[in-house]
Every structure is written in structure tokens, then in C-alpha cells.
Design a protein around this ligand. Structure first.
Ligand SMILES: C[S@@+](CC[C@H](N)C(=O)[O-])C[C@H]1O[C@@H](n2cnc3c(N)ncnc32)[C@H](O)[C@@H]1O
Length: 215
């Protein structure tokens, strides 16, 4: 997989899009709706590892009633996503440049309605399951911030990560629905938005796996 080249002038370019992100996002813990100018009953959706922002910008545009927060740890990639959202003038999409390993510092109990994990790094070759974003230690953190009745939507190209994740979701008490190992040839594809990586894998003829883990 080709890596993105480090972008030039990242601080200046981020500054130009400052209304899409916060200097100290941890201060929004427990008050994301207020900090972003939304009412207390607004659903909050969180995407972790949003990449260059195709999915989050399309989701935010489709769901103006939702406050959508996208988290990404790579700064060049975050910039690409932030600039995309800025160009589209999306008012309901905000970004956190940060690591999911510290997610409990950003969100309070019951603050999130839905989490999206799309094509998370599989960590298979390195055999480091504890780094997977569906490892049980991550899921336990997500459970604290997810409302009861909330859900995690998970998509991947990787069979090993998918099988691992199904086990981890079950182990952590999630109920699994909407499971498919061939998303693009399933009924769920009607409402599916493809991510950048999803399109690349589909072009290579790889079946996309998808499941919803309900809390
Ligand atoms: C394989 S890419 C997928 C990008 C995008 N979701 C897509 O489907 O096109 C995984 C992304 O997750 C980000 N990522 C990986 N681990 C992360 C973590 N612990 N916290 C935040 N972002 C992470 C990476 O920087 C990368 O941009």
C-alpha cells in the first residue's frame, strides 16, 4: 500500500481550516455538542482512523442532523480530510488529530451514538493483535463512551482481522447484526458509502467484510 507523502506547510494549512478542529479537543470531553454549536439531543457519530476523509465528508453531508467527529492520528492524512471538509463547507463535521489509544481522554460516558471503524490497520503481519482497533481493550473504552443502544459499524478487507473482530465483539458483550462477507453484492450495499481504501480493495477484486456490533 502506498503511503501518503508528508504534506508541506501543514500548520499554516491547518490554520486556514481552523473552524473544523480544536486546539485542545480534550477540553470538549462531555461537551462536544455544546462546543460545536449543536443542541443536547443531537446524535454524535465518531469515526476512528478516518483517512483522507471521503467517508466522513459524504456521511456528514448525507446526515446534517448528526454531529460527526472524525479522528485520525497521521497529520498529513488529517490535513487532507480537514481540507476536504473545509472545501465542502460542512458545518457538522469536526476533526481530532489524535490516537485512539487515548480516546478516553476525548469523550465522556454515553457521549457517542455510533462509531465507525473502516479498514483499520490489520496488524496481521506483525502479529500485534493488541494494536487492532477492535482489540478488547479498545472495545471496553468504546463501551464507556457509547450510549446503550448505540453501535459500532465495522468494515474491512481482511479476513483475519474480521474473524478476530467478531470474536472480540462477542467477548465484550456486543450483539452482532448486518454481517456480510461480500458487502458490495449484498442488500446492505444500497446505503453503503465506500471509503478510499474500500474502493482500492474492491478494484483489486477483494470482498469487503462488514458487521454492526450493537451495544
Ligand atoms: C488503512 S487506513 C484506512 C483509512 C480510511 N478509514 C479508509 O477506509 O480509507 C487506516 C487509518 O487509520 C489511522 N489509524 C490507525 N491507527 C490509529 C489510531 N490508533 N488512532 C487514530 N487513527 C489511527 C491511520 O493513520 C490510517 O489513516
Amino acid at each position: 500500500m502506498t503511503r501518503m507523502r508528508t504534506k508541506r506547510n501543514i500548520p499554516a494549512r491547518m490554520e486556514r481550516c481552523h473552524e473544523r478542529w480544536f486546539d485542545a479537543p480534550m477540553l470538549n470531553k462531555g461537551n462536544w455538542r455544546g462546543a460545536c454549536g449543536f443542541s443536547e439531543d443531537t446524535p454524535v457519530w465518531l469515526e476512528i482512523g478516518c483517512g483522507k476523509g471521503k467517508f466522513c465528508t459524504e456521511m456528514a453531508a448525507l446526515h446534517p442532523e448528526v454531529l460527526y467527529i472524525a479522528m485520525e492520528r497521521d497529520q498529513s492524512v488529517t490535513l487532507a480530510a480537514v481540507e476536504k471538509a473545509h472545501a465542502l463547507e460542512l458545518k457538522n463535521l469536526f476533526f481530532i488529530r489524535g490516537d485512539a489509544g487515548l480516546i478516553e481522554n476525548y469523550f465522556a460516558e454515553d457521549e457517542i451514538d455510533r462509531i465507525f471503524l473502516n479498514f483499520s490497520d490489520p496488524w496481521t503481519r506483525q502479529n500485534k493483535p493488541k494494536r487492532r482497533l477492535t482489540y478488547r481493550a479498545f472495545l471496553e473504552k468504546y463501551k464507556v463512551m457509547l450510549k446503550k443502544g448505540g453501535a459500532i459499524e465495522f468494515k474491512t478487507d481482511n479476513d483475519e482481522l474480521f474473524d478476530f473482530s467478531l470474536d472480540e465483539f462477542r467477548e465484550c458483550g456486543f450483539t452482532l447484526t448486518d454481517e456480510t462477507r461480500d458487502l458490495h453484492n449484498s442488500s446492505y450495499d444500497k446505503t453503503n458509502i465506500r471509503t478510499e481504501f474500500e474502493q482500492k480493495f474492491a478494484d483489486q477484486g477483494i470482498n469487503i467484510k462488514r458487521v454492526v456490533a450493537n451495544y
